[in-house]
Design a protein around this ligand. Structure first.
Ligand SMILES: Nc1ccn([C@@H]2O[C@H](COP(=O)(O)O)[C@@H](O)[C@H]2O)c(=O)n1
Length: 274
């Protein structure tokens, strides 16, 4: 059954991903106000009353800010692993009124005809995860907020039709930027965020034939630019012999690099399309 998704918002001002097939609709993270999430959903002609679950990647505010209000307003169950739940219970207002579901890291959960699998990422949160969504023979994977892509992650992510992968910063822009040194060190660490170069290097190991599109996600507004991320990643990939396909081209050869935005959703992506 066909999967489709829209990255509703991506970056440290708030993250949310909408994914659905004909029967099931899920949100991953709700890191913006509930009002803003309502607006973003409306712009994709959806609303909160038909969301079957909210999956949480980790407890940082840009991933959970709107969860409490949104989940309670529409009575949507929230899924996270045990250690993330411990943090959510501490951080979220009125968390006792949220429908609490445990999604253990590494397990698969069936949501009707959609199966979701979580996997460990490398970030300075309690128990951060990424997700893979299976519907029929289609797979979408999401890996943001990770300072490092392990071989285990690479193997999982390589087996995806479409990948949403963090490309947070340009290293030189970050080094020259105004963040305090301890923040820069954190971002650059293995528990921080992937740079454009690191994302491309990891991608080179993952482009083994299945991945057709990669969404460059969680870009810094201070230390990155969409064009720079695209150029840096394209250069590295092309140097390694990979072809970069044209966005929007139905018969794109090679991998297509797609944009995400802080403040507006991406167009629907039907995984079935070439
Ligand atoms: N003063 C700051 C600014 C940012 N952060 C964290 O750094 C990461 C990257 O942020 P970008 O907005 O540049 O993508 C992210 O995890 C921020 O929360 C910080 O800790 N202190």
């Amino acid at each position: 059954m066909g999967l489709r998704f829209s990255v509703l918002a991506s970056g440290s001002t708030g993250n949310a991903l909408l994914i659905e097939n004909r029967e099931v609709r899920l949100l991953v993270d709700a890191g913006l106000s509930a009002k803003k999430i309502d607006q973003l959903l409306a712009s994709r002609e959806r609303d909160g009353s038909r969301i079957d679950g909210i999956l949480v990647t980790h407890e940082h505010s840009d991933h959970i800010k709107g969860i409490s209000v949104f989940a309670r307003k529409y009575q949507i169950p929230v899924y996270a692993n045990e250690r993330t739940w411990q943090e959510l219970e501490r951080l979220l207002p009125k968390s006792e009124f949220i429908e609490r579901r445990v999604f253990r890291t590494g397990e698969r959960l069936d949501f009707g005809s959609m199966t979701v699998e979580s996997f460990e990422t490398s970030h300075d949160a309690a128990e951060p995860v990424g997700y893979r969504f299976h519907s029929g023979d289609q797979i979408l994977s999401l890996a943001t907020d990770t300072g490092y892509v392990s071989d285990k992650m690479k193997a999982l992510l390589a087996d995806s039709d479409v990948l949403i992968l963090e490309a947070n910063h340009d290293v030189e822009m970050l080094r020259a930027g105004s963040y305090p040194w301890n923040v820069k060190r954190r971002i650059l660490s293995d528990n921080g965020h992937l740079s454009n170069d690191a994302a491309a290097e990891a991608l080179c190991d993952m482009l083994t034939g299945r991945i057709r599109r990669v969404y460059m996600a969680h870009l810094s507004r201070h230390h990155n630019l969409l064009d720079l991320a695209r150029l840096t990643m394209s250069n590295i990939l092309q140097e390694r012999g990979f072809q970069i396909g044209a966005a929007g081209s139905m018969n794109a050869k090679g991998v297509v690099l797609m944009d995400t935005y802080h403040d507006r959703p991406t167009e629907w992506d039907d995984l079935l399309l070439a």
